[in-house]
Design a protein around this ligand. Structure first.
Ligand SMILES: [Zn+2]
Length: 441
């Protein structure tokens, strides 16, 4: 079988209305982390109708699931996400801020992500049936990529066992490999002090808010002494109340501590923990340190990544004049307001691309061979986690990028199913990378 010559036209015709309608429905549902009940149910029902058997092996993660089709090895995993982001609602197709009554929106395009993976497994299943290829397809329904590293919890619950290789993708304004991501510790620091009248008896109070502020000052001095690529940011989740005449007994600050390698992030986070303890000591308060979640760094697999690049080159979408006119209206709100081209139609075929973001696909990449890529779905420069991405989430270009991702996923998987020795090379590359990736001194 010449995989590069597969004509996907009839498969697109067969499945596109089903896949596009699912992506548009999930855009409307706009369910945030661990609340994706309607989105996951829709995907499960479609996969079941298409012959997949569904299991939900974790009571702790009711919106996670596995859909299985096929038999024997290799076992190939496909990571589908469908969670929305709080505060990013936006009317579809409107190129100006226009929030809706919904509290959330698909500002990271996960409606397309989960359904692009759906396209990939449906195309693959049909071709495997036609060619009588052995192998098992697992669609992993992955909740809470945003703000909670849902896949970290899925790993704890035993998902992804026995998988030989896994694939994912992400909608973006550029097409290219997605194999770099920062490890990220998300940590709550809750300070407990003693309340008192701030004017009548300040000497009796111990301010939890003072502790937060001193912690932040300490961390801001830490910045000079950390590696350049590290990132630390914080938000107050409890500033101790609204009354200046009451010394706050409780205050909380939420941190994200990031670095390119998991071990570097862990070590940096320990230093931030120490600063929190120091702030508590200085203010006569106590501190509770609670890890919300940990995103691992991405462990690239060059063999899988080369496969992706081969098909990214073939299938990166080309846009119509109508799609370009639509996209042009969004340019001024994005990262590249002066861009000449409405879309970045040329894929970046370099083997590594820095992204500056974190993803829980990184956690999966640390336990089995894994690759991911981005496909152009939005106007040039449209930033993720932004209302412009929500607005374009049901556009023709978004649908086109999603279906292109399905073709790339299916073709890469077919290479692994038909090319003798390729999976072994993938596994060797994984073990080599595990050995190479150690913390900076
Ligand atoms: Zn995302």
């Amino acid at each position: 079988m010449n995989i590069s010559k597969i004509d996907y036209t009839s498969l697109i015709e067969k499945y596109q209305s089903l896949i596009i309608s699912a992506a548009d429905s999930i855009w409307e549902f706009a369910e945030t982390a661990f609340q994706e009940h309607r989105s996951s149910s829709l995907l499960k029902s479609i996969l079941e109708e298409q012959g997949f058997s569904i299991s939900a092996p974790s009571e702790k993660l009711p919106t996670a699931f596995t859909a299985r089709w096929g038999y024997g090895r290799p076992i190939l995993g496909f990571l589908g996400e469908y969670d929305a982001l709080p505060g990013l609602s936006q009317k579809a197709d409107i190129a100006a801020p226009a929030p809706t009554s919904s509290s959330a929106g698909h500002g990271c395009g996960h409606n397309l992500l989960g359904c692009g993976v759906l396209a990939g497994v449906l195309f693959l299943k049909d071709i495997m049936e036609q060619e009588k290829l052995p192998g098992t397809i697992l669609y992993f329904g992955c909740p809470a990529e945003e703000n909670a590293a849902g896949k970290a919890f899925m790993i704890e619950e035993g998902f992804f066992k026995d998988v030989d290789a896994a694939f994912s993708w992400h909608p973006h304004y550029q097409s290219g490999i997605f194999n770099q991501a920062l490890a990220n510790h998300r940590v709550y620091y809750t300070f407990h002090g003693t309340s008192a009248h701030a004017s009548q008896s300040p000497h009796l109070g111990r301010s939890a808010l003072d502790a937060c502020e001193l912690m932040n000052v300490g961390v801001n001095y830490l910045r000079e002494h950390m590696i350049d690529e590290a990132r630390v940011h914080y938000a107050y989740t409890d500033a101790g109340g609204t009354a200046p005449n009451i010394i706050p007994s409780r205050a909380q600050v939420f941190y994200a501590v990031r670095a390119p390698k998991s071990e570097d992030a862990r070590l940096l986070r320990e230093r931030v923990d120490d600063i929190a303890r120091g702030a508590a000591l200085m203010t006569g308060t106590s501190v509770d340190i609670e890890t919300a979640c940990v995103y691992d760094s991405f462990l690239p697999n060059p063999v899988l990544d080369q496969l992706v690049l081969k098909y990214l080159k073939l299938y990166t979408p080309v846009h119509s004049p109508g799609e370009e006119a639509y996209a042009r209206d969004f340019l001024s709100y994005g990262n590249l307001p002066e861009a000449d081209r409405a879309f970045d139609d040329i894929p970046d075929l370099s083997i590594t691309r820095k992204t500056g973001i974190s993803t829980d696909v990184g956690n999966v990449s640390q336990i089995l061979p894994c690759t991911a890529f981005m496909v152009c779905c939005y106007a040039n420069g449209s930033p993720l986690h932004h209302w412009t991405v929500t607005a374009q989430g049901k556009s023709s270009a978004a649908h086109k990028g999603m279906l292109a991702a399905g073709k790339i996923l299916s073709s890469c998987a077919l290479e692994l199913l038909t090319e003798p020795g390729l999976l072994l090379q993938v596994q060797k590359a994984f073990h080599k990378a595990k050995g190479i990736y150690t913390a900076a001194p």
